[in-house]
Design a protein around this ligand. Structure first.
Ligand code: ZN
Length: 251
């Protein structure tokens, strides 16, 4: 599906389609009926295989000859509290990253999304409300992805390329659908665990000895632990630069 088609499906850019997620988004009708045990087991096996493939993509498996590039990714934003600080640090270090944003937050803080794009960062789709995609029906998942595309487009003027499922949870069926919609899926290879960090040291320890050429590092700019992400970022960037690493966006 082309960019124009995707926007047209969304209703020619009309904001009137969109409801306030905090008041009107009843997703119970979006839930799938419970699969039978056999189907469930089959889906679990496929899901595990799929996740393994996504987390360990072949392109990243052989790091021996890979260039010394790191890919920083930030999920769950934008947030008014943490994202501007993270953007300040990235700008000061001349580093570009990829932000997997949430649709409802783009609607809330479009100026921050515009800034991400203006400063050379990549925008990715992380769903509208951070719902578990495996629990959504096909039509609801499709609507969720398109709605987020539209929010990002409205804020920045660009349609995101990559999609990252909330919580990293996705199975083969959903993966196929999202690919058909024109979004390759990009997971991460190293988790900073900032989503549960209680100090900058927690992030430091989580990343120790994990950094390799071509690593895709998962951070967050929209959770409470993001305060520590913003705080430790200059130190990490300086350390990785000293070790000879360059930085890139996923595109
Ligand atoms: Zn997330």
């Amino acid at each position: 599906m082309t960019t124009t088609q995707r926007i047209n499906v969304l209703g020619a850019g009309s904001a009137s389609h969109f409801v306030n997620p905090s008041t009107a988004h009843n997703t119970s009708f979006c839930r799938k009926t419970r699969p039978r045990l056999r189907q469930h087991l089959m889906r679990s096996v496929l899901s595990a295989l799929c996740l393994c493939f996504l987390v360990c993509p072949p392109a990243f498996a052989d790091t021996k000859h890979a260039s010394k590039t790191l890919y920083l990714t930030f999920d769950d934003g934008p947030s008014e509290r943490y994202t501007p600080k993270i953007l300040d640090e990235l700008r000061a270090a001349h580093v570009h990253a990829t932000f997997f944003v949430l649709g409802y937050r783009c609607d809330e803080f479009p100026q921050i999304v515009r800034r991400m794009h203006r400063e050379g960062h990549e925008l990715g789709n992380h769903g509208y409300l951070h719902e578990d995609v495996v629990s959504l029906s096909r039509s609801c998942l499709q609507r969720d992805v398109l709605r987020t595309d539209h929010s990002i487009y409205r804020a920045s003027g660009v349609i995101p390329t990559f999609y990252r499922p909330p919580g990293g949870h996705i199975d083969n069926q959903e993966r196929k659908l999202i690919l058909q919609m024109g979004h390759p899926i990009r997971m991460w290879t190293v988790d900073s665990f900032d989503w549960k960090a209680r100090s900058t040291q927690d992030i430091d320890q989580a990343l120790a000895d994990k950094i390799r050429p071509q690593a895709v590092i998962l951070f967050h700019d929209g959770v409470s632990g993001s305060r520590y992400t913003a705080e430790i970022l200059p130190k990490l960037l300086s350390r990785w630069k000293s070790a000879g690493y360059a930085f890139g966006t996923l595109k």
